[in-house]
Every structure is written in C-alpha cells, then in structure tokens.
Design a binder for this molecule. Structure first.
Ligand SMILES: Cc1ncc(COP(=O)(O)O)c(C=O)c1O
Length: 395
C-alpha cells in the first residue's frame, strides 16, 4: 500500500494540520482508515455529512443523476436545480435562490447582493457590518468579513467595505452603522469562533435595528442551517426572519453545494450580474434535493432537538465530574466543551486513538458536530470513549 501521508507531504500545499489517519470509507456515523480501524465520526467533514456517510437517499439520488446528466451551463433549465430551489423556498421565509459550490461562495454572493441593494436602494451604501470572532470563509473578501486577526493578518491589505464589531453587542452595531452601511451579517451561532451563542434577544434587536435603518440582515447559516441546531434553519430558533441567508455544508449530504436565498425585496440582481459555471449543476442539486427532502420528511430537526438534549445532559454530567471543564455551550448538534487549559489537542488525539473523531475548535475547547441522524447508542459510545480520556487530563 502507498504511504499516502508521505506522498501528501511531498505533493500537497502545506495548508492543513492533519490527523495521522488516512480515511478510505464511511458508512453512517462511522469511517474506516486504510488499516481497517473504525472511528465514530463526531466531526462529519466539519458539519457536512448531515445524514452520515454514504446515506442511501443521497447515494441513490447521486447514482441515478450521474447516469443521467451531470453538468450543463446555466444557459439552460435543469430539473434538479428547480426542484431544490422550490423545496428551499417552500420551507423557508425566503423567496428566491441562487446556487453555488461552497459556503464561502454563498456568503460572498450574499454580500454582493447586499451591495447591489445598497447601490440601487440606499444611495450607494456598500459597507457590511460583521462581528469579531466570526468565520465567513477564505476568499479575500470573506477574510475581511471574518473578524479574526489570524485569518486577516497574512493577507493585508484586505478589500474595503467590512467593519468588524463585538459579537452579541447591539450597541457596537449601532455605533458602527453609517449612511455607508448596506447590511449587517451574522452567524446566528458562531461556529468556528468556538460555538458562541448570543443572548436570546440579540438577533431580534439587530433585526429591529436593520428595519429602523432600512438596511439588510444577512445570516450566514453555512454551519447552523439544514437542521444542525434543531430547526431547519437557525433563524427559526431565534424568532427572526433574515433578508438574505447563506447555506452550504450540510445541504448536499456530503456533496459540495452552496446556496444563498433572499426575500423578494432583496432579490435585486439583474441578468448577468452574478453567475457560476458549476453552481446549481444537476449532480449537486440532486444530492441537495435528496438530503433536504429526507431531512424534512423524517423530521430530522426534531430528532436533533431530542438527541441533542440527551447529548447535552450527558456532557453536563461530565462537566459536573471534571472541574477543568468550565463551560458547555451549544444548540442541537453544534456543541463545544470549554476547558480551563489548552488541552484540546491532546483530548482529540486520545479520542482518535480510541476511535472517536472530534474537532479542537480552540486550544482550550473541543467541538462536536455529529451527523444529525445519530442514535442514542452512538452518543453512549462516544461518551464511553470521551469520559476516560477526560479523566486522564484530570490526573
Ligand atoms: C459560518 C461559515 N460560513 C462560511 C464558511 C465557509 O464555508 P466553505 O468552507 O464551504 O467555503 C464556513 C466554514 O466553516 C462557516 O462555518
């Protein structure tokens, strides 16, 4: 067998700090490496494999579509694209969709749409207020939107038009708003920033401020969308309706797809003002349709609420047992454990050795993003691995 990890070091750009494991197969909540070792996957490709690995609904739809029509240009109508657009609109508060290929493209497209709105309706306003500790992706503009110096500093100067203010602080948003502001863009729960939940009324107050100023509210739901936090979209959990929403990650059940949706009044693009070669292709849309339809028909968000509460109660038990766990935070199946020390790498490594995949979201916090359809038994199994690992740290 080839030494894939050595070959990677030789040929791949040095962009990732990888785990010393080469994954070759996945099924449900489990993956296997090239030595045949099995792991319970509570990372899910960074909150992507919403129905686990190789779910029959996704595999069936992709297999059928791959034999039928994979790609056309957007000069032509294609059926999976329209079916997925209709399903998204019928199950959200938004009116129109644009499909792309990744989360960052969805957020970038949302900002372009807001800028177009600013040009047409707000005297050329173009600035977008975002928050510190946010994460919106890796293009230059979205690095400027992402309020984290570690992502911004290597690439200065950054594109103009973004102001990063404190998260969960409405007055900092109010202070930063000017006649140049066309939109405020937020994650309902900050994901990469460490799973940070806002106060209950934060989003409602930001919504009210946007209404008062006549500016747009964009929610980046690339991570919180498609059932992850126990409602189909995160905004439903916070009782607000955004003007624009960005989606990615879980929408394709593992197949790359992104989307942004807007209310009718904000859908201001004219023909030619935005586009994509691959965005909305039949293959990705067939995967997206199968995934979303299953999630809706089987009430997966309801299951996330139920099993997420069970998982939280189990983690709460660990928090009471171990003093070095200082906080447990999250919603649905987007959860983090906060430690009083920088031990997350060693926790993740020990869990990996024992067959559980976790994410070290911060040096002192681990994140759990299992497939949305895991069972209580999967959670029990994860706890059986995690608890002794944490007991080791506590020694
Ligand atoms: C909230 C949020 N927005 C945007 C992105 C970027 O998505 P992608 O990596 O698919 O470009 C991410 C990725 O983690 C994210 O969590």
């Amino acid at each position: 067998m080839s030494d894939w990890q050595e070959l990677e070091k030789q040929y791949y750009m040095r962009t990732f700090t990888r785990m010393p494991v080469t994954l070759v197969r996945g099924q449900g909540a489990r993956v296997w490496d090239d030595n045949g070792k099995e792991y319970l996957d509570f990372v899910s490709g960074w909150a992507v494999n919403s129905l686990g690995h190789c779910h029959p609904a996704v595999v069936g739809a992709v297999t059928e579509q791959v034999k039928t029509l994979i790609q056309t240009s957007n000069q032509f109508y294609t059926v999976p694209q329209i079916k997925l657009a209709k399903l998204l609109v019928e199950n959200s508060c938004l009116d129109r969709v644009f499909f792309c290929n990744s989360g960052v493209e969805a957020v970038e497209g949302s900002v372009k749409l807001a800028r177009r709105y600013g040009r047409l309706r707000l005297d050329g306003a173009y600035r977008v207020i975002t928050t510190l500790n946010s994460f919106h992706g890796r293009t230059l503009s979205m690095v400027a939107a992402t309020g984290q110096s570690k992502h911004q500093n290597p690439y200065v100067p950054l594109p103009d038009g973004f102001v990063n203010v404190e998260y969960n602080n409405v007055s900092s948003i109010k202070k930063a708003t000017s006649t140049d502001t066309c939109a405020i863009m937020l994650e309902p729960i900050q994901g990469e920033g460490g799973v940070n939940l806002p106060d209950e009324d934060y989003l409602k107050e930001v919504r009210a401020w946007c209404d008062e100023k006549g500016i747009l509210l964009i929610l980046d739901e690339v991570q919180t969308g498609i059932g992850r936090v126990g409602t189909l979209f995160g905004y439903e959990s916070f009782g607000v309706e955004p003007d624009i929403i960005a989606l990615g990650k879980g929408l394709g059940g593992g197949v790359p797809i992104g989307a942004f949706l807007a209310k009718e009044h904000a859908s201001v693009f004219s023909p030619g003002e935005h586009g994509s070669t691959f965005g909305g292709n039949p293959l990705a849309c067939a995967a997206g349709y199968a995934t979303l339809k299953y999630i809706i028909d089987e009430d997966i968000p309801g299951r996330v609420r139920q099993n997420g509460a069970y998982f939280m109660s189990e983690l709460e038990r660990l928090k009471s047992r171990f003093d070095f766990i200082v906080e447990l935070r999250g919603k649905g199946f987007l959860i983090a454990l906060q430690f009083d020390r920088d031990c997350s790498d060693s926790v993740v490594k020990s869990c990996l050795d024992r067959g559980l995949l976790l994410n070290a979201v911060k040096p002192n916090a681990v994140r759990f993003m299992p497939p949305l359809n895991i069972t209580k038994n999967d959670i029990d199994e994860a706890m059986e691995i995690l608890e002794p690992v944490l007991a080791e740290v506590d020694k």
